[in-house]
Design a protein around this ligand. Structure first.
Ligand code: GDP
Ligand code: ZN
Length: 259
């Protein structure tokens, strides 16, 4: 059984609930087991979306990291949204290129400031009646955001170190929280869950919707969109139809994969 499973219970004579059956999962998120990597460990089940939280500043906005999470979402067949928090520190205008390209690729993008209480209605709406897995670098404000729409939860937050600008790691376990908007949030300990090591190079383009869409226009069926001639993807980058930032993320992730 894992976080998010629906179960059937019976109540015994002492009033204790006993789990009788775990109902079939419509979806699950897993990672390779630490000891036996060919086995997968289930992290959370029955999720509706992945919400990637990032910060406009402190810690620094890292588009490559967001793209990495979006690849995980694609691989898990989960719709995804990007929440750019701490918008009180840096204005949305700085992120226009990225935001437009993510929206074009089919992702919801929101701006919030948990501190100044901006964009919280939209954030709530995003989570309404859904089971969402919330992820993102430590220190970007995930706990503060959840607390600001659900104060009763009173999640622990930690100050960002003044010297490094890096967040101190505060969330450790995978926990599912109920929301008043009839949704559930799964708070995850950040990056570790989303290892991309078991993806093969030739799969990567499938996980970038706009690259996937362009690929049939390439001269070679097995085009990697890296150094091949007559590549529709590289051509689109050259003509500004595909945002170079997204292509750069694709290339970087592709290069990191072993085979
Ligand atoms: P988490 O590790 O992602 O859960 O991040 P936390 O919620 O613990 O927040 C890390 C730090 O960022 C805390 O000091 C928060 O007070 C601060 N913080 C959170 N949201 C905002 C925001 O919108 N603006 C600013 N300026 N600081 C924020
Ligand atoms: Zn190509």
């Amino acid at each position: 059984m894992a976080v998010g499973d629906n179960v059937e219970i019976s109540i015994d004579s002492d009033g204790q609930a006993i789990i009788e059956t775990v109902l079939p999962r419509k979806q699950y998120l897993s990672r390779p087991d630490k000891i036996t990597p060919e086995r997968r460990q289930v992290i959370a089940t029955n999720l509706d979306q992945l919400v990637v939280v990032t910060s406009a500043s402190q810690p620094q906005f890292k588009s490559g990291l967001i793209d990495r999470f979006l690849v995980s979402a694609e691989r898990e067949n989960l719709p995804a949204a990007v929440v750019i928090n701490k918008i009180d520190l840096k204005e949305p205008i700085y992120f226009t290129d990225y935001v437009e390209s993510w929206r074009k690729a089919g992702y919801t993008v929101l701006f919030t400031s948990a501190k100044k209480r901006l964009g919280l209605d939209e954030f709530k709406k995003l989570l309404e009646k859904k089971s969402s897995v919330l992820t993102g670098h430590s220190g970007v404000g995930k706990s503060t955001l959840i607390n600001s729409i659900q104060p009763q939860l009173d999640l622990k937050t930690k100050d960002v170190s003044r010297f490094t600008g890096k967040g101190v790691h505060t969330t450790t376990a995978v926990i599912m929280y109920p929301l008043d908007v009839e949704g559930w949030i799964v708070d995850t300990p950040g990056l570790k869950i989303f290892s991309l090591t078991d993806i093969e190079k030739n799969e990567m383009a499938d996980y970038f919707p706009e690259i996937r869409e362009l690929a049939p226009g390439c001269r070679f069926d097995d085009c990697n969109h890296i150094s091949e001639p007559n590549c529709a993807v590289k051509q689109a980058v050259g003509e500004g139809r595909l945002f170079e930032g997204r292509y750069a993320s694709y290339k970087k992730l592709w290069e990191q994969l072993a085979k």
